[in-house]
Design a protein around this ligand. Sequence first.
Ligand SMILES: [Ca+2]
Ligand SMILES: [Ca+2]
Length: 200
Amino acid sequence: MGSRFRPGLVIALAAIALALTLGLAQAQVRPAVPGDRPPTLVNVLRTRAVETRPDATGFSLWPAGPNLRHEVWYRIVGGDALFDQRLRVFKENAPPRPINELPPPSQQVDEIYSNEATGWRYLGFESRFFTYYFAGDHRRPDNGGWSLAYGAEAYRAVYENGDLYDIRFEDQTALDDYNDLEIEVIMIRRHRFPGLPLSR
Ligand SMILES: [Ca+2]
Ligand SMILES: [Ca+2]
């Protein structure tokens, strides 16, 4: 009699599995605690190479080379904008999409409704390939809804153990200043250098 099918139990177990899955997805982002910072970037190889993407709705980055071990950190550093700003972050175990395409909402891992400076946030350590997307949206008071950026610009500094990106989003079709929402992203590659002082 103990093998009788019980649909209620199956539904309950499915709900628990779903909750665990969602919980793991949410756990990918860890807001920084005071004093929490990324590992140090060492030995700069190339500084401030600019990449301007006037048609981009977001900016994506990914680990390159045969060794895929990496970790990603990011924070909002500010912005000078007339409209409300919003940052969305996506993390997808897939190759990069076109510059005007974002992953589906199921791949979104963070959302911040401001361009005020934040502490560092951590996207976890990975040994597999992931593409990370940062979308800087804006909301005009005359239409109420959120709109995608009209462009993105990034200054990239390459270090021996990773990259530092200064990414700026544009909320005007005239592409006037690329400074409406500004973030910093650090991708540490290969390995850490323990014992060195923290970065900025
Ligand atoms: Ca602007
Ligand atoms: Ca501006």
